[in-house]
Design a protein around this ligand. Structure first.
Ligand SMILES: Nc1ncnc2c1ncn2[C@@H]1O[C@H](COP(=O)(O)OP(=O)(O)OP(=O)(O)O)[C@@H](O)[C@H]1O
Length: 261
């Protein structure tokens, strides 16, 4: 696996021609191998931005370039060979086994959609099952798994796609603390470029190289976690009082939140 650069230029999106913008012009550059966290309150536009990055929404204005190529100038299949997404919506392929779902990640790399699974594909599928600790579940049907187990299956499927850019929408949803930490550790260590939305600002600060803070569909900060997640910007975006303190044991910075009175 290799990582891609991501360049987003003046990107905006509205659901229809005459509708108001859901995402106002947004620009940023992400170096290969970096982890970008998209944060902001409910309805800020996080999912809409991610959908623009994996070529689900066509931009109203602006461009998304992966390794210097506009994703709308490439065939969908070529984009799927470079960009994989793990979405909030859980899949409904309940009759498929975990192994079969992860194998679906190989689809964009096969010749024709019914191409046979080769030895290299099997290696990649097995490696993805290993990475997410799913070997024991490989023969189980998706419908019999817990929400957290399903979430790990979807991450494994995305890795089997061998993307250069991985998009994750709230990847820690449904996961208990240990599996949250495991998925975040995996994200940290993957040799890929990653863009992930996260609700937990402290987790985001711990795992991301860069943070994009969205508020009402507008980017209001892009940079390192400590530059972007200030008490002032968090208070403004989330309408809470925020306090940033240094934890005495680890020395890490930690945000706490309180309702404004
Ligand atoms: N297809 C659509 N048609 C109309 N409005 C939409 C559409 N998609 C998103 N929106 C609106 O755009 C805004 C941003 O939605 P989006 O899902 O991107 O926010 P979010 O930051 O991911 O929110 P959450 O944290 O609640 O998941 C919301 O007000 C939403 O209702």
């Amino acid at each position: 696996m290799t990582a891609a650069t991501l360049s987003v230029q003046e990107l905006s999106w509205a659901p229809a021609k005459s509708a108001d913008l859901v995402l106002h012009p947004t620009s940023f550059e992400l170096d290969a191998g970096r982890v970008l966290g998209i944060v902001g309150p409910n309805g800020a536009g996080k999912t809409s931005l991610l959908r623009l990055l994996y070529r689900y929404h066509r931009p109203t204005v602006g461009t998304v370039q992966v390794d210097g190529q506009d994703i709308w100038s490439m065939p969908a299949r070529a984009v799927a060979q470079r960009v994989a997404a793990v979405l909030q919506e859980q899949p409904s392929d309940f009759a498929l086994t975990v192994g079969e779902i992860v194998a679906l990640g190989r689809t964009p790399h096969r010749r024709g959609f019914v191409g046979a699974v080769g030895a290299r594909d099997l290696d990649i599928i097995n490696h993805a099952l290993d990475q997410l600790d799913l070997h024991e579940l490989a023969d189980r049907h998706l419908g019999t798994l817990s929400g957290g187990e399903r979430q790990r299956v979807m991450v494994a499927r995305a890795l089997a796609q061998e993307p250069k850019l991985l998009i994750l929408d709230e990847p820690t949803n449904h996961l208990d603390i240990r599996h949250q930490l495991e998925v975040l550790e995996l994200i940290r260590n993957l040799p890929l470029t990653i863009v992930t939305s996260l609700h937990d600002l402290n987790l985001a600060a711990g795992v991301c190289d860069n943070i994009l803070l969205l508020h009402s569909g507008r980017p209001i900060g892009f940079g390192t976690p400590s530059d972007v997640l200030t008490e002032k910007s968090v208070a403004h975006a989330f309408q809470v009082n925020a306090r940033r303190e240094q934890l005495s044991h680890s020395g890490n910075e930690h945000l706490t939140f309180h309702l404004q009175t």
